[in-house]
Design a protein around this ligand. Sequence first.
Ligand code: FEO
Length: 173
Amino acid sequence: MSSERSKVAELLNEQVNKEFYSAYLYLDFANFYEDKGLKGFANWFNIQAQEERDHALLFIAYMHQNDMKVSLEAIDKPSAKLKELMDPLKESLKHEKYVTALIHNIYAAASEEKDFRCMQFLDWFIKEQAEEEDNSRSNIQKMELFGGDAKALYLLDQEMQARTYAAPSLTIG
Ligand code: FEO
């Protein structure tokens, strides 16, 4: 990475990779649920993966708009060890908290550099992260309540199946 990059530009570039990694991680979770025969849960995480790809593309678009060079790096292999039906749900909450910390870190760097435009751009992600964590917590709670009962799990899977993709409310350019 060029040493001329600002810290904010460097962190934004890293975030592109983290968002693509998130998409990859959630595809891994979707595959896990497919293998378990829970197509609704798989659908939920496939859509989540699409959202993460959208996040990566938003960071890329913002960087282009602000004359920052984007350099795509290798995406790590998904690292979560999955055994129980609950595992991806707990892992996703853990991961979203990590992503929240990353976004906050970029915001802090932008604030330090008085990069007000970037701070305004990140506002959307700060709100989005609150939603993402809330969704993850809610999934864990539902699995705790209903996961032990086959009929209830069937209905829960149908509920997860009903999730549909919506393009992000943020647009760049
Ligand atoms: Fe891109 Fe789930 O945060």
